[in-house]
Design a protein around this ligand. Structure first.
Ligand code: GLP
Length: 260
């Protein structure tokens, strides 16, 4: 796993955007795995800036969101379909017809999950999967004890996740109990993983994911199984890592040909 420790959130956004831009430069029709939540917002903003400046063209890419709430009314501003439309598709100049979000309003959620897996496969798989991390170590909505082999399916949100996400809703009771999320097995199928984390609230989860044991109690530890996982964190989110000096040295001496 590559661990890149940078001074602050703006640096995290810039370096993560470099990785995504590098993938799209090599493959203009790349398939992007799109995360929601606050962690990737800066990355999307940086990509949007580059698109607006004419430095980057994302019009050919396809996108698959990681997850979606179940039970929100159509058009709810905090549904991930709405968030992706607002923060990603529009701002990055993606073609809305090529951006997919699990259907959390489907009458048959099991079928919707299966359809989503098939759509990802039909697109040829995800080239780069952007990820945030929950304070309890979740990725997507794969809460602790999620199977490393799991595929897209219905999950129940952990109380901690519902509490953390309550800030996006008018009241904590409004946060849905359920979601559809890509599984850890689905996520591990992406050709490249790119996890971003900022702030001290994520420090423990980052350390557990990167240096802790491989355990379903920290779903993000699944990144240790992936041959090409990059974790980009700011100083605050890196604070609990024990091999900090090593990560800094590796990154400082990274050969130019390995850079995005
Ligand atoms: C959310 C999302 C995840 C996200 C995580 C962290 O609930 N389902 O994809 O990575 O929890 O959220 P945030 O980035 O807002 O801290």
């Amino acid at each position: 796993m590559e661990v890149i420790v940078l001074p602050g959130p703006d640096d995290v956004a810039r370096v993560a955007a470099d990785v995504v831009a590098g993938v799209v430069r090599r493959r203009p029709g790349a398939v992007l795995g799109l995360a929601t939540g606050s962690s990737p917002v800066g990355v999307y903003a940086e990509l949007a800036r580059r698109v607006a400046a004419g430095e980057l063209d994302l019009s050919g890419v396809r996108g698959f969101a990681l997850d979606e709430y179940v039970g929100l009314p159509a058009g709810h501003p905090e549904s991930y379909a709405a968030v992706i439309g607002r923060d990603v598709t529009g701002r990055l100049g993606l073609d809305p017809a090529r951006v997919h979000v699990p259907d959390g309003r489907a009458a048959d959620l099991e079928a919707a999950a299966e359809d989503y897996e098939q759509a990802i496969a039909a697109a040829g798989g995800v080239d780069v999967q952007l990820l945030g991390i929950g304070a309890n170590g979740h990725i997507g909505f794969n809460e602790p004890t999620s199977s490393f082999g799991s595929r897209t399916r219905l999950k129940t949100l952990a109380p901690r996740t519902r509490a953390d996400n309550a800030r996006f809703f008018d009241s904590p009771d409004e946060v849905p109990m359920h979601c559809l999320t890509q599984g850890l097995g689905t996520i591990l199928g992406a050709r490249r993983l790119l996890l971003v984390a900022q702030g001290s609230a994520k420090a423990e989860a980052v350390a557990a994911a990167v240096e802790g044991p491989l355990t379903s109690m920290c779903p993000a530890s699944a990144l240790q199984l992936h041959p090409r996982a990059t974790v980009v964190v700011d100083e605050a989110a890196a604070a609990r890592l024990t091999l900090l000096d090593h990560y800094r040295q590796v990154y400082a001496r990274k050969p130019a040909w390995q850079r995005p």
